[in-house]
Design a protein around this ligand. Sequence first.
Ligand SMILES: [Fe+2]
Length: 137
Amino acid sequence: MPGPALARAVRLRRLAVPQKDEILRRKLYGLLHAHVSADRARREWGERDRSVLNAVARHTLGHPRMTRLDALLYVADYSSPDRRYAGAARVRRLASHSLEEALRETVRGKLLHAAASGGYLHPAAVRLWNALPGSRP
Ligand SMILES: [Fe+2]
């Protein structure tokens, strides 16, 4: 779905995307697809399992209290075999023995990429990073 269509869907459906106004102002439409997808899964496919819908909604930005299912989808999305960016292969290796380590590396990779490219650091991703075991107090 093209970015403007995602923005329209978020407005029309009044989806609760964290920092929605900031995302729309910056035209970071790609950050909306997870919430739009969760909404469509509920409305069009009849998915009612809250844990599944949450995992879909959280697979891009994460959440400070990720369930195991949330983490699985978040890591799988970042490290699927078609991902060619640096970090995906490393996360695939980590995921073969530790979901926690793979999750941490995924969050780190996303934040570093956003910072290195001068992009927006979404507060949900920062909160997730700070909530992970091993983050310094
Ligand atoms: Fe996605």
